[in-house]
Design a protein around this ligand. Structure first.
Ligand code: DNO
Length: 393
């Protein structure tokens, strides 16, 4: 597999030199300065590529070219935004960058309630706690119909939790949920998120899925021509939030998308942490079923609880069978040996890491994107890959 590293561009606290020292050879990055919906200029793509290559690395994957909400809702100026998206794909293909990660989550991108969840070894992890999320939805946002989204025992626990929270704790929870996490789309304030939720909640799963398929029908032919593969990232977490539609959470969801537009350019990001947050997703079986449509991999582990809560555990210690997952991916890589260089190895990145040591109190460090924590994850994963490769020889 190709070891890659997410880099947030020249303003990232982690330098490309450090990325190389960590042992990655590929970079995963995006032009975050281009407003969502606008076409990515060829010159800006070229400049980013130059920086990466000067550091002795390769730009392996774009994560993400985000979709404007008008495309997701298929309303407003969506036609113009699709034209722009097609142009971004062409410009990336021309620059020789051939893998694009994106997502179709409504309103909020990846979501957590606690960004400093202290583990027994004092490292800090990211956590999604259903009680906190429900407390926010029910009592801070006071969303219409929110009570119907939760089981009675969750409502009872959320009520108790909310009543014991200070004003600061409530504000911090709101910030964690709606202000937007690194690389995520959508940063809202209290009123902004209400309006966005109302806009999407009318759609329902069927219409929302139809909107995604309509987008794919318009994008995939352009991607094919440009030599680009699209890799949709699953919903994180993989269940409905705020009563909104979710269409990339399960194997059935992934299968429906792949079948609707049966092109090799229409593929998946196998995010182990996102799909793995549901106990009914069998990740090894999904890798075997979707094999040649998996274009990018996020390797991360989680520990699940019964009510949908989870936290991000050490890369090799959690409910995901990382060794089995890597083994299935190595099987798939064997099938790709005839492909051109650069396409026969599946790019993977250690997705998130714990905050360790001094990075715990460094406010500049992006939640989940510490240097040391990700380096630890990458080193552990590298060990798994090497060991499996050795026994397979
Ligand atoms: C979080 C990331 C997501 C991901 C997007 C893909 O760490 O995995 O923000 O980049 O959802 O579009």
């Amino acid at each position: 597999m190709q070891e890659t590293w997410r880099w947030f561009g020249p303003k990232d606290t982690v330098s490309l030199e450090q990325v190389r020292q960590a042992g990655a050879t590929g970079v995963v990055t995006a032009l975050d300065h281009v407003p969502t919906g606008e076409a990515w200029p060829a010159a800006d793509i070229g400049e980013r590529k130059r920086l990466i290559e000067e550091a002795g690395l390769t730009w392996s994957v774009v994560e993400s070219v985000p979709l404007h909400n008008d495309i997701k809702t298929r309303s407003g100026a969506y036609r113009r935004y699709i034209d722009n998206y097609q142009q971004s794909i062409r410009n990336l293909g021309n620059a020789g960058i051939h893998c694009v990660c994106y997502n179709f989550m409504p309103v909020v991108d990846w979501t957590r309630t606690n960004l400093n969840y202290e583990l027994p070894n004092t490292a800090q992890a990211l956590r999604f706690e259903m009680t906190d999320f429900a407390a926010y939805d029910l009592f801070v946002l006071e969303r219409d119909g929110s009570k119907d989204s939760y089981a009675d025992d969750v409502v009872a626990r959320a009520t108790e939790r909310f009543n014991t929270m200070s004003a600061e704790a409530r504000a911090a929870l709101e910030k964690n949920i709606i202000a937007g996490l690194p690389g995520g789309e959508g940063s809202y304030d209290h009123d902004g998120i209400r309006t966005a939720i109302e806009r999407f909640s009318k759609l329902g799963n069927d219409r929302y899925r139809a909107n995604l398929i309509a987008f794919l029908e318009e994008i995939i032919p352009v991607a094919e021509e440009a030599g680009v593969v699209m890799a949709i990232h699953p919903d994180d977490p993989p269940f409905s939030l705020f009563g909104l539609p979710r269409v990339v959470s399960t194997a059935d969801d992934a299968r429906a998308l792949l079948e609707a537009v049966p092109s090799p350019s229409n593929g998946l990001t196998m995010c182990a942490g996102s799909y793995g947050a549901r106990g009914d997703n069998d990740l090894v079986a999904m890798i075997r079923e979707f094999h040649d449509r998996i274009h990018f991999v996020h390797l991360r582990n989680i520990k699940r609880e019964d009510d949908g809560s989870f936290y991000e555990s050490d890369h090799l210690d959690g409910d995901n069978d990382i060794v089995g997952i890597v083994n299935a991916l190595l099987d798939e890589e064997e099938q790709r040996q005839g492909l051109p260089p650069g396409r026969c190895r599946i790019p993977m990145r250690p997705d998130h890491g714990h905050a360790l040591g001094e990075e715990k109190s460094d406010e500049r460090v992006r939640p989940g994107y510490s240097f040391a924590g990700r380096m630890k994850g990458l080193a552990e994963l590298r060990g798994v890959i090497h060991a499996l490769e050795a026994v397979r020889r």
